[in-house]
Design a protein around this ligand. Structure first.
Ligand code: PLP
Length: 390
């Protein structure tokens, strides 16, 4: 029988991350000391405005952009909605065709459904069995009336890294008028991004995935790209996103961005090795386990999606929770809906693999020891649950 423990291993970092203490302290200062409205003309307003500007620079540095190209939003979901609807409204006269993939986050898929109802034609490109969408499959769909291509950089369920550079380049070669949006929510701070050197027009990011707070996000909009605002009002964010700025959230996201940017290459290399070790350990301990994420450098270090046929996802999740190990049975947004993951279904996986898929997701603080312990507990639980079923 698996025993209860006080240990806590948090492996649900793709759902959300713990706020860095430095980010929380910066937010507290903005809540309690620098609480002026950045639009106010007096000193307290100017102080708050300065904090917002510093945070814009910190976020810009993390993604290799200019600070004028960073617009703060309420979350990654808003950034994604705005990118699609804002481009559709600004450039809809040039055409009404978009391309995206079948494995996008609901904030993209639901927005494309909305646009379809408004008369837009949308192509959804399926991934291969490893969850990677071929750049050529997207590029070949580009037409003279294609206004936007939207693709995620890293899939939130499998960690599959999508070929954003090849897609951006190919799309622009075929139709220089087509805009390219990347949902970078699971990529920012996790894989190298140098936006000013990439053929990307728009990129969405979210504070709570990089150890900043929930309820703050940003949209990178390359110089020269025009967007119709989602929110009209007082004209904040250069008139592009009205609403009094969430100064504590912005400041905390800026501090988190600066911290996560430190030693990025070294951290990514270390975590890639730790992830690889975990996959090998799972396969050694549970030989019939199925790894639904790419094994090689097409798999981003923060995510391992794996199935243990015969052990339903929720059963493994709750057994591991009793052991102090927190994982996800799919993506957090769909975890409460009793249905198979559309992302994994798009990879063409079998029913028993779909029914037992779980996601382990890491932060730079995750250690090899924690993952060795997790692999050991997974194998114990799998043996125990399977023994009930024989
Ligand atoms: N895009 C991706 C790929 C995500 O994983 C998420 C959240 O999990 C979002 C967008 C939405 O971000 P937010 O939670 O900030 O709305």
């Amino acid at each position: 029988m698996v025993m209860k423990t006080e240990k806590m291993i948090y492996l649900d970092n793709s759902a959300t991350t713990q706020v860095y203490p430095e980010a929380a302290a910066a937010a507290t200062e903005a809540f309690q000391s620098v609480y002026g409205n950045p639009s106010s003309l007096h000193g307290m307003g100017i102080q708050a405005e300065k904090l917002v500007t510093a945070a814009r620079q910190q976020v810009a540095m993390l993604v290799g952009a200019r600070k004028e190209e960073i617009f703060f939003t309420g979350c990654g979901t808003e950034s994604n909605n705005w990118a699609l609807k804002g481009i559709a409204d600004a450039y809809g006269a040039k055409g009404r065709h978009m391309i995206t993939t079948a494995i996008e986050h609901p904030s993209i898929l639901e927005t494309t459904k909305y646009l379809q109802q408004k008369g837009w034609e949308v192509d959804f490109i399926a991934p291969d069995e490893h969850g990677v969408v071929a750049a050529s499959a997207i590029i070949e769909k580009v037409r003279p009336d294609t206004v936007l291509v939207s693709m995620m950089a890293v899939n939130n369920e499998t960690g599959a890294i999508q070929p954003m550079e090849a897609v951006g380049k190919g799309v622009k070669e075929k139709n220089p008028q087509t805009f390219f949006h990347v949902d970078g929510v699971q990529a920012v701070g996790k894989i190298p991004l140098a936006l000013n050197h990439l053929p990307i027009d728009l990129l969405s990011g979210s504070g709570h995935k990089i150890h900043g707070p929930k309820g703050i996000g940003f949209l990178y909009v390359a110089k020269g790209v025009r967007l119709i605002p989602l929110l009209a009002g007082g004209g904040q964010e250069q008139g592009w996103r009205s609403g009094t700025e969430n100064v504590p959230g912005i400041v905390a996201m800026g501090v988190a961005a600066e911290k996560i940017a430190g030693d990025l290459q070294e951290k990514q290399g270390r975590m890639a090795a730790i992830r690889q070790g975990f996959i090998e350990e799972l396969l050694a301990k549970v030989p019939d386990c199925v790894i639904n994420s790419p094994f090689d450098d097409k798999g981003a270090w923060p995510i391992v999606n794996a199935s243990f046929p015969g052990v339903p996802s929720e059963v493994l999740l709750h057994y591991l929770e009793d052991e102090g190990i927190y994982i996800s049975a799919g993506s957090a947004c769909s975890a409460r809906k009793k249905q198979y993951s559309p992302v994994l279904m798009a990879q063409g996986l079998q029913d028993d693999v779909l029914a037992s898929a779980v996601r382990f997701s890491f932060s730079y603080e995750t250690t090899a020891e924690e993952l060795a312990y997790t692999a050991e507990k997974v194998s114990q639980v799998v043996q125990e649950v399977r023994s009930f079923r024989i």
